[in-house]
Write a protein that binds this ligand. Sequence first.
Ligand code: VGL
Length: 194
Amino acid sequence: MARALLIIDVQNDFTEGGALGVDGGAAVAAGVTELLRSHPDRYDLVIASRDWHNDSDDNGGHFAQDAAPDYVTTWPVHCVSGTRGAEYHPALDESLIDVHIKKGQGVPAYSIYEGTADDGRTLTRVLDDAAVTDVEVVGIATDYCVRASALDALGDGRGVTVLTDLIAGVAAESSERALHELRAAGAVVTPLVE
Ligand code: VGL
């Protein structure tokens, strides 16, 4: 049995001041670093995702083009590959991350399972290679990428815990709904238990 941490999209554009800034995002970045530094043996593997969109197109309708974004299925331009907005938030200590996953090149991709590691492996393969049975999920946004990633991890047969003190959502109501849905689907949704 092995445990991994999935850090979802802790990127400048999803934190305060970013193109799609979510309240509490910077605190998530700092909190994840603190978790990893204070519990160096808690995880066998630390995996982080980044939204990594094209500059040259609307990424399959993901970027609002002719109308204002609805903040449900269309969004302001965000996390364009190679820009500062797509980088990890500076409070997240990148040196603590073992595997980097990029997703969303030309398409909407809410779940970390839609991405690939820098060496081309899928997340399922990365987890299987390390015999990971259980994942803890943290990051941004609770109601979109955290939700989709945790649901896919359940579907992938992992035990899933969502750490409620290390997530931040776009909107309060949809975040609440997402956490109910995750509980109903079999995730443990809890603050960090040390
Ligand atoms: C996300 C909206 C659009 C997320 C990504 O990381 O949750 N949200 N793209």
